[in-house]
Design a protein around this ligand. Structure first.
Ligand SMILES: *Cc1c(COP(=O)(O)O)cnc(C)c1O
Length: 412
């Protein structure tokens, strides 16, 4: 098989493109016209391939879906307007009232909020420490349908017991959903740990430029959907490996309508071409910065799976090509977080991650503010915790930026 980047860069050309265009064009259309009304009917009834309505299908979006399937070595992908839309629509399409699912408690904040919303609608969730497979096993009930984990959690960088949970799900017949956003398919292939479905927020590393939102669900072709009660008969057409992704697309996407716009799909597809190049640099820079910070007298703690003292260092080393491009750290007690952050110049004070620009955010005061001090403490979120999403700038400039900021607050 050809290399990761070769496959992405030449992905669109696998189908003929008009005028020999090397990028799939932006098809800015809502509807698709047919000369023969019988053909229109055949497409609607699924007897013939074709396009029906822009909420569910668009050629530009389909080209991106193929690209993501190639990256993940999956069988089929459906894209959404955002990563949250992907996760929400998938669960909405697959679970029903009375079902239960298990989630890692080390979770992207908005996903945590979404799962709590599902719980009040009658789909129960248990949050467990997914760095341990035993915690997941202990939470299984007769109603459990699915397990949801992230690869590396943000902001404290816990790494889930990905392999062990995969084996458990296979043994117990549970759907295994892996959110691969933090690692991206370049650092980690959830197929290797028997994932059933893979989530990617395209907004982050895959798009990479911080200029478009998007999300995706990819079917890995491993789960036997004939053993899953919640598939409607309508979607049991073709091989059973297609049933769930059809239901997510034809029912979930159609009912909820959180569709990816073709313009955004184009931005993301162009960004994806350089995923591997960007991540090589971003991960290498993260390692350099973390080693510098870990030695610094004004730092209390650094969290990065690439550090030998990280609790899941060995796991990250075994599973991931690199240990990611995001880390967080706590400042020493006498360092003023605002003075320190305001002294940063190259590094942008901003939310988001996976951008080409290095971004810094004071976690407790922003993305984790709403949950309150008590809950933050229980999750190990220190008031001085700063999250860094490392960009593609020259690492020397980033080091100099930290150096200047420490000097400004009176350190060495
Ligand atoms: C950002 C993120 C999401 C949500 O993606 P959006 O595109 O912002 O909706 C989901 N999971 C993880 C791990 C993320 O980092």
């Amino acid at each position: 098989m050809k290399g990761f980047t070769t496959r992405i860069v030449h992905s669109d050309r696998q189908e003929a493109i008009e005028h020999g265009s090397l990028h799939k064009p932006i098809h800015a259309t809502v509807a698709y016209g047919y000369d023969d009304a019988r053909e229109l009917a055949a497409v609607f009834q699924g007897r013939r391939p074709g396009f029906t309505y822009g909420r569910q299908v668009n050629p530009t979006v389909e080209a991106l879906q193929d690209k993501i399937s190639r990256m993940e070595n999956g069988t089929q992908t459906v894209c959404f307007a955002t990563g949250m839309a992907a996760i929400g629509t998938m669960l909405f399409a697959l679970l029903r009232q009375g079902d239960h699912f298990i989630s890692s408690s080390f979770l992207f904040g908005n996903t945590n909020s979404l799962f709590n919303s599902f719980a009040v609608q009658g789909i129960d969730v248990s949050f467990v420490d997914a760095t341990s497979v035993d915690a997941v096993a202990d939470a299984i009930t007769p109603e459990t349908r699915l397990v949801f984990v992230e690869t590396i959690a943000n902001p404290r960088t816990q790494v889930s017991a990905l392999e062990e949970i995969g084996a458990l799900c296979r043994e117990r017949g549970l759907v295994y959903v892996v959110d691969n956003t933090m690692t991206s398919p370049f650092l980690f292939q959830p197929l290797s740990v028997d994932a059933s479905l893979v989530v990617n927020s395209l907004t982050k590393y895959i798009g990479g430029h911080g200029n478009a939102l998007g999300g995706a669900i990819t079917e890995m072709g491993l789960f036997d959907w004939r053993k899953f009660d919640n598939i409607y008969d309508t979607y049991k057409t073709g091989g059973s490996e297609k049933w769930a992704i059809s239901q997510i697309k034809k029912k979930g996407l159609r009912d909820f309508g959180a569709s990816l716009a073709p313009e955004a799909a184009h931005h993301i597809a162009v960004g994806a071409e350089t995923l591997a190049l960007r991540m090589e640099r971003q991960c290498a820079s993260a390692q350099v910065l973390v080693e510098y910070l870990a030695r610094h007298s004004q730092i209390k703690a650094v969290y990065y799976p690439g550090m030998p003292d990280h609790p899941e260092h060995a796991r990250a080393k075994k599973l991931f090509r690199y240990p990611g491009a995001l880390f967080s750290f706590e400042l020493a007690a006498d360092v003023d977080i605002w003075a320190f952050m305001n002294a940063l110049d190259v590094i942008v004070k901003s939310s988001n991650l996976g951008d080409n620009r290095t971004l810094a955010i004071p976690v407790a005061h922003t993305i984790y503010f709403e949950m309150g001090a008590e809950r933050r403490a229980s999750m190990g979120i220190d008031e001085s915790l700063i999250r860094i999403s490392v960009g593609i700038e020259e690492p020397a400039d980033l080091l100099a930026d930290f150096d200047a900021a420490f000097a400004a607050v009176g350190g060495d």
